[in-house]
Design a binder for this molecule. Structure first.
Ligand SMILES: [Zn+2]
Length: 136
């Protein structure tokens, strides 16, 4: 599938990807400092969770507002609309499949939006800590 992205859109994509992976690193560091031990981006877990603790059957995803279409910030770029519609819809669909998969297996799954981390890092760290404690 060729994407035919404009230079501008490609630049925006790279920015979106970098921005969320930077946030993942910040969240990981904070959790690590709080004493939590976990793995990052494990390939043998479905959906390659950003943070996972197999012992507690816990997976945590930090989702880009754009690529995972957050209800507040998800939008379709005006160029290559058809391409983006397909791609973003398939991302959202895959997220649902991943959620179902873990729910069926009785795992604890948490999703956090990029904007939540940007707005209030402390609150996010607090919520994740609570979530992990409850998963134990
Ligand atoms: Zn958002």
């Amino acid at each position: 599938m060729t994407d035919n992205l404009t230079k501008e859109q490609r630049r925006k994509n790279m920015k979106a990807i970098k921005s969320v992976s930077k946030l993942e690193s910040i969240v990981s560091r904070e959790l690590w400092n709080k004493g939590y031990r976990f793995r990052r981006n494990i390939k043998d877990l479905k959906g390659k969770p950003d943070i996972s603790i197999k012992k507690y059957k816990t997976v945590i995803f930090i989702d880009s507002c754009f690529f995972h279409q957050c209800p507040l910030h998800g939008n379709l770029p005006s160029t290559n609309r058809e391409f983006w519609e397909r791609k973003l819809n398939s991302n959202v669909q895959r997220d649902r499949e991943v959620n179902d998969y873990y729910n069926e297996k009785g795992w604890n799954l948490m999703r956090i939006w990029e904007h939540e981390v940007k707005e209030d890092l402390n609150k996010v760290i607090y919520n994740i800590s609570e979530f992990i404690e409850k998963s134990k």
